[in-house]
Design a protein around this ligand. Structure first.
Ligand code: AMP
Length: 212
């Protein structure tokens, strides 16, 4: 199965993608995680991306298209994937369609998770991520900086783009540049809308029941 998970920053895409990846046994591809790994490894791409990510801006389409082409052509995407954070612009969506056609991957499910902006800002300002496994959790889920998912010590941190000023910018870009991607898909495909408010498992069940 090929799933494109769509939604505003903080709506729970990453969390849901990880669970779906385990339950459906298909890889989770997060372009945000790929960029953060490049930053961690201090590659030229990582250094360039960091400047933009810290400001809440998007990395240019040509760079992102290059990254996902490499990733999707890889062996591990052969039997399906869950895309999280890509496409974020109409140009990326068109490039993705082109590549999927080239690879004879015609079927895909587009799942849009929704939540109101107030809830999103609350979630983003109250979360931490694990440097080691990219797990995301709410601040009140942990008393120390150790990851409850992979057990890594002192690995939890607040993402530099989860600060209030940057969040506002990310939401602005989502509304102005990323939301039109849904209009693009709606022209020829059935978009599955999922209410993202509720317990993680509850939201996950909503997605699974609509995918079947
Ligand atoms: P995420 O982890 O998906 O919230 O992504 C974090 C940041 O990485 C975004 O705010 C962008 O700066 C950058 N990014 C991730 N995916 C893309 C993409 N498809 N296009 C452009 N920038 C991206």
């Amino acid at each position: 199965m090929r799933i494109i998970l769509f939604g505003a920053p903080g709506v729970g895409k990453g969390t849901q993608a990880k669970i779906l990846s385990t339950k459906l046994n298909i890889p989770h591809i997060s372009t945000g995680d790929i960029l953060r790994d490049a930053i961690e490894m201090k590659t030229p791409l990582g250094m360039e991306a960091k400047k933009l990510m810290d400001k809440g801006e998007l990395v240019p389409d040509d760079i992102m298209v290059g990254i996902f082409r490499e990733t999707l052509k890889g062996e591990k995407s052969k039997n399906g994937f869950i895309l999280d954070g890509f496409p974020r612009t109409v140009a990326q969506a068109k490039e993705l369609d082109k590549l999927l056609n080239e690879l004879n991957m015609h079927q895909k499910k587009i799942v849009a998770i929704t939540a109101d902006e107030e809830e999103i800002v609350k979630r983003l300002t109250n979360r931490k991520a694990c440097k080691n496994c990219n797990y995301i959790l709410a601040l009140d889920e942990t008393k120390d900086n150790n990851c409850p998912n992979c057990g890594a010590k002192d690995s939890l941190y607040q993402r530099s783009d989860d600060k209030e000023e940057v969040i506002k910018k990310r939401l602005f870009i989502f509304n102005s540049t990323t939301k039109p991607v849904l209009n693009y898909y709606e022209l020829y495909s059935n978009v599955i809308y999922i209410n993202g408010i509720g317990q993680v498992e509850e939201v996950n069940q909503r997605i699974l029941s609509r995918l079947n």
